[in-house]
Design a protein around this ligand. Sequence first.
Ligand code: HDE
Length: 679
Amino acid sequence: MPARMTTSTLLPLTSNQGVPLSDNQNSLRAGARGPTLMEDFLLQEKITHFDHERIPERVVHARGSAAHGHFECTRDCSDWTRAAFLSRVGQRTPVFTRFSTVAGGAGSADTPRDVRGFAVKFYTEEGNFDLVGNNIPVFFIQDAIKFPDLVHAVKMEQDRGYPQAASAHDTFWDFISLMPESMHMVLWAMSDRTIPRSLRMIDGFGVHTFRLVDAQGVSRFVKFHWRAALGVASTTWDEAVKIAGADPDYHRRDLWESIDRGDFPAWELALQVFDEETAASLPFDVLDATKLIPEELVPLQVVGRMVLDRNPDNFFAETEQVAFCPAHLVPGIDLSDDPLLQGRLFSYTDTQLSRLGGPNFHQLPINQPRCPFHNFQRDAVMQTAVPQGRVNYEPNSLAPDGPRASPERGFTTWPAPTTGTKVRQRSETFADHYSQARQFLASLTAPEQRHTVMALAFELSKVTVPAIRTRVLGHLAVIDEGLAAAVAERLGRPAPAADARPPVATAPQDLPPSPALSQLASRAGTLTGRHLAALLAEGADGVLLTALQRTLAKAGARLTLVAEKIEGVRLADGSAQPADQALAGAPSCLFDAVVVIGSENGIAPLLTHPAALDWLRDAWRHLKVIGLDAAGTLLAHAAGLPTDEAVVAVAKRKGIETFAQMAAKGKHHAREGAPGTDC
Ligand code: HDE
């Protein structure tokens, strides 16, 4: 049957040549049951385009989610830098920010244990500035030449093609066990930071030391920090694993939905600015990306705020095709000699040449500067600009009004004095690999230290070669004997003997703890931006439910209603209450805190329902605050749930307030170690 003709009032569907299509349902055949004809150029065009829809995914950071927004300058930084976007209070600069995991492929889950990329493109009036950072302030290696080895080691093993998006395997830990410089980062990677609750709840770090240069040409060092307005929050490991099954798009969905709802995530941009003398006085080298500068030594100064308030229009055109590069700098921001940073400067454009197919990717809408740009670079694959006139060179006399270099406004490299012999040599000032690892551990709260021990033991238990475990334990013993002993105990091994420790180039020092490094110690909890769920049973009290909804909405939290069936329940007054999610698709791991509301009769079917029982058992195991009315208490008994101060009776208004106050504190770490929890 030929397709029905559409009337001309509709936007015509056309081929890529602009020819209107008469039929988008049937290919051209010799008779209705005959062979398809080679001459069907419309079929060929459509299938050919489809065949080439995928481009190579990023070799690292392939899995990402992004959003548009703006950066607002809140401190005039012209005393430090001539960068225009940092020099006028109140000035807004458009941004596009992409968050990512590092190891997994583009289709991998959102919640594996991994570092998160945090890349921001500022479309400033002086060109694009890219701050291509991570959610951890240090890195695994000191020199770019080790990056391919690190990435090969962590990604799926080359013969078997697994594991996907996981560092818990032989090749990663083999490499790490032979790389003492990785030890500081390894502790961060095994901390709660790498299992974040939400991309809205991670901090960001530029990692390297950069330079700020003011209008007089004076240079200072700088470290960039993003501080999440919603605080830093993490899942437990078991929760992350379960979320990966229940909703592999958990972080992507969370970011999209919150922006869609108008709950715009925000970050403060804070700088650590310091001069050469301060740098020289620190007990480590500021050019070494495996080290951080504790805030207690060089305080953070807030200079602006980023708000992400618009979802991409098209995932491929924007999130996939955006091309970041640490060499995208604007006048007033310059590089340091950090050898990791220096290698990155080449890598990003190089990888984008193959990922995006040629050197014109800066012309893609997401990559284009928002300020005018002109030069004499011409041609190449997918050139979309149409340059006018005869002149494509400079100097020239034929286009006197054409673009010229501007010594005053243009980017000027800070004239750092440079001497030296050509060597392949690591500076001795990079040799202390353990002190800051020890300092990080000492700065964590007891629950955070415990989680790090658990993570190390989990990862090492996936290592099949005992010698690798032995080597890693040796390094841990140099960092902290107690840490090594605790991990060894969980592995079922004796604590490593003194002779199992590797020789160390520089004996570690005991640096003072830096409380700012702990995500639990440094930030107060909040309900804002959190996502809670109420499991409703038949006959639930509608008044109680409304009070709960109001309280949570006032606190800036979101409440999802879960019922056994998606059509919902009848409330006590007989009215119909639709559910947002059916129980089978909404396990409690997806929510920050949970409530159960029902009636004595209505809860009965749930008392033997595995998903309902697991709902509460997992909420308990994942250290969540749990609110229960009388029916909810019956379910808790059926689930064999113990009780503590974070299991709150919500029968009355006061109970709801208490529940909300407890939930605002985040996870109930005091529960750790109780029966049914992971410790
Ligand atoms: Fe990257 N990194 N990286 N990296 N990186 C890439 O560029 C590289 C490093 C970071 O959302 C790639 O376009 C080298 C540190 C982020 O599109 C590639 C070295 C930090 C993203 C590349 C590093 C990062 C990337 C892959 C060692 C934190 C995602 C695709 C010298 C400060 C950006 C691409 C996005 C992506 C190379 C180390 C952050 C291959 C050689 C340290 C957030 O060019």
